[in-house]
Design a protein around this ligand. Structure first.
Ligand code: S3P
Length: 430
C-alpha cells in the first residue's frame, strides 16, 4: 500500500478535463451488454469499480473490446444473451456493480454468485434483496450481506416504495423489471441520480418518470448507441474545493457532468460564497455538461439536509474539508446513508480531519463543523476509502506542515490519475 506526502502552500491554476463519470460508465457497460449492437464508449472511466463491472460482464460471455483504457466497444447481443459465469462474479469493492448486477441476474435462467472484497462484504444488501424477492427472485445472503447467491427465477413486475432515495436500488429494480412480466414501478421518497432512466430511454426502452416515480415495461429490446461519458462531477469536487481553499487560485474544469440530480455540492458551495461559475450547458448524449471555473473564495458556514443530501451524497468527505475553512458553523443532517458507504464516512472523515486540527462533532445522521480552523499536517489514513483518500489529499494542501496519507492507491477506484492531475494544477505531492 502506497502513501502520499502532501506539501502545502501552492496556488492551484490551470484548465483540466476529468475522467469519465463512474455511475454513467457502469451503466454504459451494463446496458451496452444487454443492448443489440455495438455500444462505442468514449471517455470511459477505467477506475477499479468500473473495471470490476467490465470483468464480471466478460465472465458472462460479453465481448468488450478495449481500444484504449478510456475507449471501448461493447458488443451487445440482447437482453437474453448473458451466459453463466464459472465461479463467483467478483465485484471487488464496487457497490454499484453488485447492486445493479443483482437486479439483472435475478431474472436470468441461470444461477449466479456475487462476491467482493471484505469492504464490500460489510455493506448492506437487503435494500436490493428484499424488493427483488417481492418480484419473485430467490437470493441467499449472509444475513443481508455478500456473497449473494442469486437463483434462476421468473420475475413479476410490482410496485416498490423505497424507504430511502437510492439510485442503486432504483436501478437494480428497473433492470429486474426488464426481465419481469408486466410493469415495474419504483417510488422514491426524493429524487436520486437518474442516469439509468436517461440511458435506457435513449436506448429505446419504454421507461417513464413522473416526479419521484419511474416505471418500466418488461421485455423490450435496447438499441446500442455511441456514448461519450461526461467528466465526473464527484471527481471534479476534489480539485474544485482545492482551488476554492488554496489562495490565489483560478481553475477551469472542462466538460463536467451537471445533471441536476448530481449538483448538490455546487449549490451548497455557492450559498457558502464560493466563486464557481458554470459555463454554457451542452449535452453529451442525454447528459448535460458544462465547464466550471473556480476562484479562491472565503466561505461561510451553512446547513445541509433533505433532498440536497442525495444530490451530493458522494461529496461529503470533501465537503467536510471545505466546511473546516468556512467562517461559522456548518451542520449536515439527514445523511445517515454516509455510515454505510465504502466506510462509515461520518466517523472516518471526522476522525482523520480531527487529527489535522479540525473541529468536527459527529451526529447519528450527519456532522457539525466549526470554522474556520487552520489545519495542521498529520499522519492520516484513507481507511481504504477512495473519496476519503482524495479529501485528505486536498486538506493537506491547505495545512501547515506535511501530511502523510496512508493507502492512497484506493483513489484509483474512482479517479485514476488523481495524483498526477492534481500535480498538473500545482499540488506538490510525493
Ligand atoms: C450510485 C449511487 C449512489 C452513490 C454511488 C453510485 C450509482 O449510491 O453513492 O457512489 O451509480 O447509482 P446510492 O444509490 O446507494 O445512494
Amino acid at each position: 500500500m502506497k502513501s502520499l506526502t502532501v506539501h502545502p502552500g501552492k496556488k492551484l491554476n490551470g484548465c483540466v478535463s476529468l475522467p469519465g463519470d463512474k455511475s454513467i460508465s457502469h451503466r454504459a457497460l451494463l446496458f451496452g451488454a444487454l443492448a443489440l449492437g455495438e455500444t462505442h464508449v468514449t471517455n470511459f472511466l477505467p477506475g477499479g469499480d468500473c473495471m470490476a463491472t467490465l470483468a464480471c460482464l466478460r465472465a458472462m460471455g460479453v465481448e468488450i473490446e478495449t481500444i484504449r483504457p478510456t475507449e471501448l466497444i461493447v458488443r451487445g447481443r440482447g437482453l437474453h444473451s448473458l451466459q453463466p459465469a464459472q465461479g463467483a462474479l467478483n465485484c471487488v469493492r464496487s457497490g454499484t456493480t453488485m447492486r445493479l448486477l443483482a437486479g439483472i441476474l435475478a431474472g436470468q435462467r441461470f444461477d449466479s454468485l456475487l462476491d467482493g472484497e471484505e469492504q464490500l462484504r460489510r455493506r448492506p444488501m437487503r435494500r436490493v434483496i428484499d424488493p427483488l424477492q417481492r418480484m419473485g427472485a430467490h437470493i441467499e445472503s449472509q444475513d443481508g450481506r455478500a456473497p449473494l447467491k442469486i437463483c434462476a427465477r421468473a420475475l413479476r413486475g410490482c410496485d416498490h416504495q423505497l424507504e430511502i432515495a437510492s439510485a442503486q436500488v432504483k436501478s437494480a429494480l428497473l433492470l429486474a423489471g426488464l426481465f419481469a412480466e408486466g410493469i415495474t414501478r419504483v417510488h422514491e421518497p426524493g429524487p436520486s441520480r437518474d442516469h439509468t432512466e436517461r440511458m435506457l430511454q435513449a436506448m429505446g426502452a419504454a421507461i417513464h418518470s413522473d416526479g419521484n416515480t419511474v416505471q418500466i415495461e418488461a421485455g423490450q429490446a435496447l438499441h446500442a448507441l455511441p456514448l461519450r461519458i461526461p467528466g465526473d462531477i464527484s471527481s471534479a469536487a476534489f480539485p474544485l474545493v482545492a482551488a476554492l481553499l488554496a489562495p490565489q487560485s483560478e481553475l477551469t474544469l472542462k466538460d463536467v457532468g451537471v445533471n441536476p440530480t448530481r449538483t448538490g455540492l455546487l449549490d451548497v458551495l455557492q450559498i457558502m460564497g464560493a466563486a464557481v461559475k458554470i459555463g454554457k450547458v451542452h449535452f453529451q448524449g442525454s447528459e448535460p455538461t458544462a465547464d466550471l471555473t473556480i476562484s479562491s473564495s472565503t466561505l461561510r458556514g451553512t446547513q445541509v439536509g433533505g433532498e440536497t443530501v442525495v444530490r451530493m451524497i458522494d461529496e461529503f468527505p470533501i465537503f467536510m474539508v471545505a466546511a473546516t475553512q468556512a467562517q461559522g458553523v456548518t451542520v449536515v443532517r439527514d445523511a445517515a446513508e454516509l455510515r454505510v458507504k465504502e466506510t462509515d464516512r461520518i466517523a472516518t472523515a471526522a476522525a482523520e480531519l480531527q487529527a489535522m486540527g479540525a473541529r468536527v462533532e459527529t451526529l447519528p445522521d450527519g456532522f457539525i463543523v466549526e470554522g474556520a480552523t487552520p489545519l495542521r499536517g498529520a499522519h492520516v489514513s484513507s481507511h481504504g476509502d477512495h473519496r476519503l483518500a482524495m479529501a485528505l489529499a486536498v486538506a493537506g494542501l491547505i495545512a501547515s506542515g506535511e501530511t502523510v496519507i496512508d493507502d492512497i492507491d484506493c483513489a484509483e477506484d474512482s479517479f485514476p490519475g488523481f495524483v498526477n492531475l492534481m500535480r498538473t494544477i500545482g499540488a506538490q505531492y510525493d
